[in-house]
Design a protein. Structure first.
Length: 160
């Protein structure tokens, strides 16, 4: 497919990107815009590592062609917060030390954020349902659930 120039809005900034319209959004984010929060995991839409918010909804950027992204509001992990002022979801993951290698965390955080945008006080079942299609090869699921529950405003008991 031929190259096109396409305007994308990412983390509140407009970027003119030269790429074929069927290029996966993930490649543009990582390779052209140097936004490396979204990770390449499976490349098949199955693991969730590449998640971003598109118009406030979690989407798997490895299977989304950029031609469908013009005029949409794209937010990556970098757009949620800063090191000095992390988003409350990011802070919850830090507080729970919810990571081993950290590779899956982008997707876990983005999807938790999307859940809270549409449902500010989700139940545990809703949190589980939101995250159940995200893979964590390290097996940090318990800490990740604790972090997501903390972000959702639930009281998380101290670990023994
Ligand atoms: S890399 Fe996109 S879902 Fe796995
Ligand atoms: S912490 Fe390593 S994949 Fe989840």
């Amino acid at each position: 497919m031929t190259q096109n120039t396409m305007r994308l809005t990412v983390n509140g900034k407009a970027y003119d990107v030269d790429a074929a319209p069927d290029t996966a959004l993930l490649y543009v984010l990582r390779n052209d815009l140097v936004l490396n929060g979204p990770k390449y995991g499976c490349g098949l839409g199955e693991c969730g590592a590449c998640a971003v918010l598109i118009d406030g909804v979690a989407a798997r950027s490895c299977v989304i062609p950029i031609e469908g992204c013009a005029g949409r509001d794209i937010v990556t992990l970098e757009g949620l917060g800063t090191r000095e002022h992390p988003d409350p979801v990011q802070q919850a993951f830090i507080s729970e030390q919810a990571a081993q290698c950290g590779y899956c965390l982008n997707g876990m955080i983005i999807t938790t954020k999307a859940l809270l945008l549409r449902s500010p006080h989700p139940t545990e079942d809703e949190v589980l349902e939101a995250l159940r299609h995200h893979l964590c090869r390290c097996g940090a699921h318990i800490e990740i659930m604790r972090a997501a529950m903390r972000a959702a405003g639930h009281v998380v008991e101290a670990q023994t």
